[in-house]
Structure formats: structure tokens, C-alpha cells
Design a protein around this ligand. Structure first.
Ligand code: ZN
Length: 260
């Protein structure tokens, strides 16, 4: 059963109650210091909740599935990228792997044929916003709704199927994200582990970061957009080799969720 209040709402209520107690029971500098400490602590908790979807601060982010067998989902963000995505598709096709691509609507509009191919090869194309703006997390509800709807329309047109998941750019969430995704019928997708593959680390390091969190139902996050192709292919090859040797299968995110 889902809690009536989100963790964020519980923190707000608890902070207001504690502030009232402090105001009633303390005076002068003591009151100011205690209120300042309370605000800092609450702000820190909310700030961490914005950055870590696993905290489920503002609503439910899907960060793993309760799968009973060895199955995981590979997800790729920020594409489609004409330099990387076709090569990645060839690698996945060679291994008979179906993945989930969180595509940027603007890039989908520029390369609809590539997205059509991705969908035709059995991959899921999901929503990663239209602009992928670093300021998405401070968009007003109206602007966020417009951005996500535009991405939804572009992806539906190119892939022939409406996305059912949204992954926020930069992984940041807030109450507005959950309000708008709720209105649009989208589920918010987080991740179990991310490769942090934009840092320039060696493929072994990136794959190792994901494999440390290997468990049935895990959701792995990599990028097919904006990373060097050679490194992307090396990481995915290492990952698939290890998954195969451990007896794991790969599924799309919707298939993984259906395992629960
Ligand atoms: Zn992104």
C-alpha cells in the first residue's frame, strides 16, 4: 500500500511541528540557532532526495524490479546519437539483447529514421524530456508539461508507440516532476546503478561500477548519447560477457517490471 504522504511531505510536516515546538519552548539566540539547525537539516534531506531517486522523496521512482530470476534491464540515455547508436544496435542485435533507450525528444525529431529502426529491432523508446535542459529541475509545471509532452509526441511519431516511462535529465526529481508525469500517465524511472560513463574512466571501471550492484531486477544506466563510441561498445561488451557468464538475461524495462 502506498503511503498517503510522500517523504518530502512528511519532512515538511515534521519540520513545521519541530519549528513550532522550538518557538514555544525557546527564546532569543537559542531559538534562532535551533531553527537554523532544523532548516539546514531539512534542507539537506530534501537536497539529497532531489539527487538520489532511490530515496523516493517526492514519489515513486522505479530503481529496480523485484524479479525472482536472474534478469536485468540495460538502459541508455541521451540518444539517439548517429555516431554511437547504430553501432550499439548492431552489438545488441548480435547478442539478441533488447534494451531501453531514454531518448531526448529534440534528437528524436532530428533522426526519426534511427528511432524507427531502434523500435523495429525490439527496443523500448522512452521519454528523457525534449530539450534535456540542465535547468529542467527548476522548470515551472507548465513548462515541464510542455517539454515532456513535446518529447512524448516526437517519440510516439517516430517509434510508433507512446513512451510509458520518463527518466528526468541529470536524475534530479522534485514534486513538479511527479505531478506532470502523473498527468501524462508516465512512470518515473530511476536506476539501480549508473556507469558514470561521461567521466572518461576506463571501460573496466565503468562496467565494474555497474556489476558491483548486479542482482536480479537491477536497472543499469549508461549513455548512448555524447560518449565516445569505442568506449561505449567496450563497456557494453564487458557487461554482456559478465552477465552471460553469471547466467543473467537482459530485458526491456517494461518486461523487467512485468516480472514482479
Ligand atoms: Zn540525460
Amino acid at each position: 500500500m502506498r503511503p498517503r504522504l510522500t517523504r518530502y511531505q512528511m519532512i515538511v510536516v515534521a519540520t513545521l511541528c519541530a519549528a513550532a515546538v522550538i518557538c514555544i519552548s525557546l527564546r532569543g539566540a537559542e531559538r534562532i540557532w535551533c531553527l537554523a539547525a532544523l532548516c539546514s537539516l531539512s534542507g539537506l534531506c530534501v537536497g539529497l532526495g532531489v539527487s538520489f531517486p532511490r530515496w523516493q522523496m517526492f514519489g515513486e521512482s522505479i530503481c529496480a524490479a523485484a524479479a525472482k530470476r536472474k534478469i536485468v534491464a540495460l538502459t541508455f540515455d541521451d540518444g539517439p546519437d548517429a555516431r554511437n547508436t547504430p553501432e550499439l544496435l548492431a552489438l545488441l542485435a548480435g547478442r539478441k539483447i533488447r534494451a531501453t533507450f531514454f531518448c531526448v525528444g529534440m534528437r528524436v525529431a532530428q533522426q526519426p529514421e534511427l528511432v524507427k529502426r531502434m523500435a523495429a529491432e525490439g527496443h523500448a523508446i522512452e521519454n528523457h524530456s525534449f530539450l534535456h535542459s540542465p535547468f529542467t529541475n527548476i522548470f515551472s509545471v507548465r513548462r515541464l508539461r510542455g517539454d515532456l509532452s513535446r518529447a512524448q509526441a516526437e517519440i510516439t511519431r517516430a517509434a510508433g508507440r507512446a513512451p510509458e516511462f520518463f527518466r528526468p535529465p541529470v536524475g534530479l526529481t522534485n514534486p513538479r516532476v511527479f505531478r506532470v508525469t502523473g498527468e501524462l500517465g508516465l512512470k518515473v524511472a530511476g536506476y539501480t546503478a549508473r556507469g558514470l560513463d561521461r567521466r572518461g574512466d576506463a571501460p573496466e571501471e565503468i562496467a565494474g561500477r555497474l556489476l558491483r550492484e548486479l542482482q536480479p531486477g537491477a536497472i543499469f544506466l549508461l549513455h548512448d548519447g555524447g560518449v565516445p563510441c569505442k568506449r561505449l561498445l567496450a563497456v557494453v561488451t564487458l557487461l554482456l560477457d559478465k552477465l552471460e557468464s553469471e547466467g543473467y538475461q537482459c530485458a526491456r524495462l517494461d518486461e523487467l517490471i512485468a516480472e514482479q
